[in-house]
Design a protein around this ligand. Structure first.
Ligand code: ZN
Length: 138
């Protein structure tokens, strides 16, 4: 009895094997329990690089600049509104981040959350002490 050997003919664009290898390594590392934000960030970048090799450049949803890495962005506003962008250039991303309470880049399983710098606490913020009047028990 002869076992049939299936030969799959694969039609895909030429992508450097090194890029795939890097991506797969990033996937594996991002799945480790102690996977850090940096790991997810690397996975996001390598995934976006693959997308770029397959589909080419994207456009910034705000200023229409050419963007190499197309990463969907979710912006959470202070008033509770949530905006979604297909992708943003670095400049618009920083602008949106500054006006957000949280900005999320998500591509597949890779998810990176960022928050703008926390506001500086004012030293003049003081509270009046309440005077508690004691009532004598007679
Ligand atoms: Zn832009």
């Amino acid at each position: 009895m002869a076992a049939k050997v299936h030969e799959m003919s694969q039609h895909r664009r030429q992508i450097p094997a090194k890029l795939f290898q890097e991506y797969l390594e990033n996937v594996a590392q991002a799945h480790e329990p102690q996977a850090s934000e940096i790991r997810h960030s690397e996975l996001l970048r390598s995934y976006a690089e693959l997308q770029f090799r397959l589909n080419g450049n994207a456009r910034c949803a705000i200023c229409n600049a050419t963007v190499r890495h197309k990463v969907p962005i979710t912006v959470e506003r202070p008033d509770g509104r949530v905006d979604h962008y297909e992708c943003l250039c670095t400049r618009c991303f920083e602008g949106e981040k500054a006006q957000s309470v949280r900005i999320i880049q998500q591509l597949g399983e890779a998810r990176v959350e960022q928050e703008p710098k926390p506001p500086v606490l004012k030293a003049t913020d003081f509270r009046k002490k309440k005077h508690v009047s004691k009532t004598r028990a007679s």
